[in-house]
Design a binder for this molecule. Structure first.
Ligand SMILES: [Zn+2]
Ligand SMILES: [Zn+2]
Length: 244
């Protein structure tokens, strides 16, 4: 045996130490209570911080939603319609569908009034791609000569924008696309999987009309190519409003 055993020495407690253990002084009691209260509050703060962190992780990134879907995936077929189901459509995208320019948005007054939203998001479908599978509650309204807007006369949903002379394409309201395609199908944890919203809206390359109506601090930060008015004319970035 190389290790030498060290015998335990019995420790004699002094009478002062015994008194201290049995009757601790008042200042020590108060200090202990303060420490315990401090610990309780810090644990509460920690729990709050932890729960806010968890909720943040559960609802990821509100500021830049499009960065969540990478690489961009594109649908072959989507369906959509109004709230009551009176108007329904299906879009079968062609191989050469122009994903770069089909998604666009407009902040003009008529688009706002029609939808009740701060901006109208549309995706242009070619005539050969679009099939109206139900038109039982179809209604039209012209907010400007040469075009009309399709809405449901039963539930009021805004469905499409159409040029009267050129019917080669139709602007479908992106909000009317069925959730399973726009957001994604729900998995067992109710999380959306495989939605095509980013591709349909195309915020990075899509055009945004009537930037003059953008609302400071709300819609003026949307990405895309902005135009001051309509789809032609001055192009600018939304974040440069004040200098344009
Ligand atoms: Zn309807
Ligand atoms: Zn508009």
């Amino acid at each position: 045996m190389s290790k030498k055993e060290i015998p335990h020495k019995p420790v004699q407690e002094s009478s002062t130490r015994r008194r201290f253990i049995t009757f601790p002084p008042l200042w020590l009691l108060l200090a202990s209570i303060i420490c315990v209260l401090g610990l309780v509050f810090s644990v509460t703060d920690f729990k709050d911080t932890l729960s806010s962190l968890v909720s943040h992780l559960e609802s990821p990134v509100h500021d830049h939603p499009t960065t969540q879907i990478k690489p961009m995936s594109y649908p072959k077929t989507i369906t959509g319609g109004c709230n009551c189901g009176g108007i329904r459509y299906q879009i079968d995208f062609a191989e050469d569908h122009d994903w770069k320019s089909a998604g666009h948005a407009c902040s003009c007054t008529a688009c706002r009034k029609q939808t009740g939203s701060l901006a109208l998001y549309l995706h242009s479908a070619q005539k050969s791609e679009l099939t109206w599978t139900s038109k039982s509650t179809w209604a039209e309204f012209s907010s400007a000569p040469g075009s009309f807007r399709v809405f449901c006369k039963a539930c009021g949903s805004s469905i499409a924008w159409q040029d009267r002379e050129d019917d080669s394409e139709t602007g479908i309201t992106i909000g009317s696309i069925d959730e399973e395609f726009l957001v994604g199908k729900r998995d067992a944890d109710d999380k959306p999987v495989g939605g095509f919203g980013a591709a349909l809206v195309n915020l990075d390359g899509g055009e945004h009309y009537y930037g003059r109506n953008a609302i400071e601090g709300v819609t003026d930060k949307s990405r895309g190519i902005w135009y001051w008015k309509g789809g032609v004319g001055v192009q600018f970035q939304a974040c440069n409003f004040s200098s344009t």
